[in-house]
Ligand binder design. Structure first.
Ligand SMILES: Nc1ncnc2c1ncn2[C@@H]1O[C@H](COP(=O)(O)OP(=O)(O)OP(=O)(O)O)[C@@H](O)[C@H]1O
Length: 457
């Protein structure tokens, strides 16, 4: 006999309750509901995107296992957000991920570069404007309202995790809302380079050029990575000129202004500087609190003011880390079942490393010593597990403790590509979020690096 959706779900709940801790069950499972079961696919609804992501990340296997146990055959489980149903990601940018960037354009032919998706959360309404970002925000809004006019190109610059990508993509969303057929291309410099290489390989330069030169608004992220790439610079120069002459808008984001990007052709440097260069500084305490408050509201989280203050006070220079701390706090409280207070959160809210400018050698020596490998091993190419782990950690710490760009860090490691460095930094940062032992090791290493740097300066 076939089970009704209702009785299937109540059995699923029963079994999950046995398998999971009470706080986990109460927070993540009980708030979800079964929406439909069709063609061996069970759709589960969660109250908000945060809960959906959490279930998807940590409990999907357990849920699938339990449903399969009950039904006696394999099933697919899809997790969705209650509000998402029937609502387009463009009307409701805060839900639904990812959204296609060119909703009305047919899929490009195979030899054309694929457009990158915009993050639906990166809209103007979710951007908190503070003294640190007022000018950049106003400029982005002006460009979104009248592209190709006053500020062309708009060059957004600022440190890591301060909202450049968010503002840049907000321009894209705004244009699409105003004019759904406009061709908004968001691309990282790395992707532009990869597309270029692929089109050279496939002998399809024509398609590459047609694709990029057809943009109404071209948004290029991390343009600092164009440094030293002669061929990419050449091609980008022509793309830029074509668009600019046709009155199309170009927006660029970088961690530094054009004249501080090393090995950037003079003609590109002057073009990047001919519109408006708007910088974003680290936000002050009040703005950081407002950002946390807004984020909490969007994710339906309720937080005491003291917790918001504590997080905002300790995470100063990177909004991505600020948001990460908030998410960690909420997750920890829901799993541990403790009440939300600064005292209870201390184990998970290790404030980020104090950034004492360090010598790259200090980082290498401290990490080599800790992991019992040599500095040569760190700089070399050995793929032995313990060496490559130590190497990834030292890349992450070098990024934290120095102002070196990713390519420069790559050079410190015997000429590794910046993408390898970026991969390592992201990987360690992600692991650190959920692994308190690793977080503690990194903290201790940081203290030693600080000490070594102070001694040698
Ligand atoms: N003013 C702001 N208001 C709300 N959220 C913000 C603000 N600034 C940044 N954020 C959030 O912080 C996170 C990091 O922002 P973003 O990716 O835009 O930074 P970035 O400057 O492009 O960083 P990177 O240099 O690493 O590319 C995002 O989740 C973004 O939504």
């Amino acid at each position: 006999m076939e089970l009704s959706l209702e009785s299937l779900w109540s059995q699923v709940l029963e079994r999950l309750q046995e398998k999971l801790t009470r706080p986990t069950f109460e927070t993540w499972i009980k708030t979800a509901s079964a929406q439909q079961l069709e063609n061996n696919c069970l759709v589960i609804c969660t109250p908000n995107p945060f809960a959906r992501n959490w279930l998807q990340k940590y409990y999907i296997k357990t849920i699938v296992g339990v449903v399969e146990e009950i039904l006696g055959h394999s099933v697919e489980v899809q997790i969705t957000v209650a509000k998402e149903n029937g609502v387009s990601a463009f009307n409701e940018p805060e839900v639904g991920w990812p959204a296609p960037i060119e909703p009305s354009t047919p899929e490009p032919p195979n030899n054309r570069p694929k457009p990158t998706e915009l993050n639906p959360k990166y809209v103007f309404s979710r951007f908190v404007v503070g003294a640190n970002s007022r000018m950049a925000h106003a400029a982005a809004l002006a460009v979104a309202e009248s592209p190709g006019r006053e500020f062309n190109p708009l060059f957004l610059c600022g440190g890591v995790g301060l909202g450049k990508t968010h503002l840049m993509q907000a321009i894209g969303h705004y244009r699409l809302e105003m004019c759904p057929n406009s061709r908004i291309f968001y691309v990282s410099t790395e992707q532009f380079t990869n597309d270029l290489i692929a089109s050279i390989r496939k002998d399809s330069m024509q398609s590459f050029r047609e694709h990029y030169r057809a943009a109404d608004v071209l948004l290029v992220d991390d343009i600092q990575f164009i440094e030293g790439k002669e061929y990419t610079q050449e091609e980008f120069f022509h793309t830029f000129n074509t668009l600019h002459e046709a009155g199309k808008q170009v927006v660029l984001a970088s961690d530094r202004p054009p004249n501080q990007i090393p090995r950037l052709q003079e003609r590109l440097c002057s073009r990047f500087s001919m519109g408006l260069i708007a910088d974003i500084q680290p936000p002050d305490l009040e703005t950081r609190m407002a950002i946390l408050q807004k984020k909490a509201e969007y994710e339906n989280m309720r937080l005491p003011r003291e917790v918001i203050e504590y997080i905002a006070y300790n995470y100063k220079s990177n909004i991505r880390e600020l948001e990460g701390a908030l998410i960690r706090a909420v997750a920890y409280i829901s799993i541990s079942g403790l009440s939300m207070s600064v005292e209870n959160l201390t184990p998970v809210l290790n404030p980020p490393v104090e950034k004492v400018e360090a010598f790259p050698d200090a980082v290498l020596m401290v990490v080599a010593d800790e992991f019992d490998v040599s500095v040569e091993d760190l700089k070399g190419n050995s793929r032995r597990r313990e060496i490559s782990w130590a190497r990834q950690i030292s890349m992450y710490l070098m990024r934290q403790h120095t102002d070196l760009s990713l390519p420069r860090i790559g050079e410190e490691f015997g000429g590794k590509d910046h993408t390898t460095v970026l991969y390592s930094c992201d990987k360690i940062a992600q692991l650190r979020e959920n692994d308190t032992n690793l977080a503690q090791t990194l903290r201790q290493l940081s203290d030693r690096i600080n000490l070594a740097s102070r001694h040698s300066s």
